[in-house]
Design a protein around this ligand. Structure first.
Ligand SMILES: NC(=O)c1ccc[n+]([C@@H]2O[C@H](COP(=O)([O-])OP(=O)(O)OC[C@H]3O[C@@H](n4cnc5c(N)ncnc54)[C@H](OP(=O)(O)O)[C@@H]3O)[C@@H](O)[C@H]2O)c1
Length: 280
């Protein structure tokens, strides 16, 4: 199978690319491949002669998406429309990587793949519009939602907490934003496994967690600090309402993996993944 990976310079795109023999993978990232330019996208997909596009490229800075929702929609919505339309014309499937932020976060339990979407911020709305185009322009597509990604070298929560702990004597982190931290390496393995099945549909791929467990940002930060040898570091508990930022995250962003699990695809436990990552 030959793959085109959009956003191949990003956290997930680069991990996917590393896992595929070089002769079978083509990258599509800025500046030479701009998903907002339909002509460029169509030509890139035609010339690459691939069997599938795994679409990871996105405007991922959620606060900037809140400040400029039109730009977020242009990249995450219309950019995805361009990929979907070009895939339809080439007769190949698209695997769209999406987010837990398509949900409003008011459910008291983990979100299933077919729960009602109702995004509450610019990033979530723009990713929802991308899902809409995948569903309406293609017969053969995967929508793969995930959450709280981290990878070595990427811009992510683990690196940020470690940097801030080095700079400051104390930190405050929210206890009422819930989600599942997901190691990019595990997600990349899961996606390649999933797209090899030909079983199109909507999937949630996050690291595994115990029944009833709903980790918060504070729990995530605490684990990272403990594993980094900072067990006594002053880590204060605050609420989303106390933390002023441009975007409004869904309070509950915990995703349940039911459809991929039915195919035998599950990722390792999130605590084990964070431990291995911090120790390495
Ligand atoms: N990060 C998370 O916690 C998270 C959680 C849930 C879902 N997701 C989804 O997972 C996917 C991968 O996330 P990630 O963390 O790997 O993102 P990332 O590291 O920010 O990588 C995204 C890549 O897309 C590129 N890109 C941006 N605009 C583009 C355009 N117009 N044309 C072509 N490429 C463009 C970016 O280039 P520049 O860097 O130059 O802008 C970057 O290389 C995204 O679809 C994201 O929405 C991420």
């Amino acid at each position: 199978m030959r793959y085109l990976i959009t956003g191949n310079k990003g956290q997930l795109g680069s991990a996917l690319t590393e896992r595929i023999p070089a002769a079978n993978v083509v990258g599509g990232d800025l500046p030479e491949f701009d998903i907002t330019d339909y002509t460029m996208v169509r030509r890139g997909i035609e010339r690459s002669n691939v069997d599938i596009v795994i679409h990871c490229a996105a405007y991922t800075n959620v606060d900037n998406c809140a400040k400029d929702p039109a730009l977020a929609y242009q990249i995450n919505g219309l950019g995805t429309k361009n990929i979907a339309q070009a895939c339809a014309e080439a007769g190949i499937p698209m695997a769209l990587v999406s987010t837990n932020e398509v949900f409003d976060g008011t459910k008291a339990a983990p979100y299933w793949e077919f729960d009602q979407r109702n995004p509450i911020n610019g990033y979530g709305k723009s990713k929802y519009s991308g899902e809409y185009y995948a569903e309406h322009l293609l017969n053969q597509f995967y929508i793969i939602r995930t959450s709280w990604l981290y990878a070595a070298g990427g811009k992510n929560f683990i690196h940020r907490i470690q940097e801030l702990a080095d700079e400051r004597g104390e930190l405050s982190v929210v206890t009422d934003e819930l989600g599942i931290p997901t190691r990019v390496a595990d997600l990349a393995d899961g996606i390649l496994n999933l797209v090899s099945t030909g079983r199109y549909g909507v999937y949630h791929l996050v690291n595994n967690y115990a029944d009833g467990e709903m980790p918060s940002r504070w729990d995530f930060a605490k684990l990272v600090l403990d594993l980094s040898g900072r067990t006594d570091f002053p880590l204060h508990k605050i609420k989303l309402a106390d933390w002023k930022r441009a975007s409004t995250p869904p309070p509950n962003g915990v995703l349940a993996n039911t459809t991929a699990k039915a195919l035998g695809i599950e990722l390792p436990n999130w605590r084990d993944a964070v431990e291995e990552f911090v120790n390495s």
